[in-house]
Design a protein. Sequence first.
Length: 170
Amino acid sequence: MKRRDCLGLFGGVAAGALAGALPAADALAAPGAPAIGSPIALPAARLLDGRELPAAHWAGKVVVIELWATWCPFCARQNPHLDTLHRKNRDRGLEVIALSIDREVDAVKKYIAERGYQFHVAMFDDSWRAAIGRPKGLPIVWVVDRKGRLARLEIGELFPEDIQDFAGLL
């Protein structure tokens, strides 16, 4: 059993309060957000480095999508693990794209450059919102399988072993 799954198993007020503070993903889903198992038509992405990835780029790949912000401490802890996942698995057909909700594109560019992340980075826009919805919270991770179906929706910080499990969809 993983650490994230164990939160509700420990006694005590703190663990119970923390587990209770993390409602199920379905409870947080925004109206129109896709359900697990539903097909997702991922849009084209204008990356911060200026490249355009067409919608067809995602076809046949496992795509890990993170909604994040430069000011989010949970995102800061999670992003290195997503970068490791991307580096180890991109040649096997796994893509990571981080969609920032920041208002200042230059701040996002600086953040990514300072950390040397190699995963794809774009701004969260209406085309992505239409494709994947916008549950409440940060970070949020959607995992789309090779057949283009939503396989996972995770709200809140993930542990390294949770992120590594995404490679199991390859």
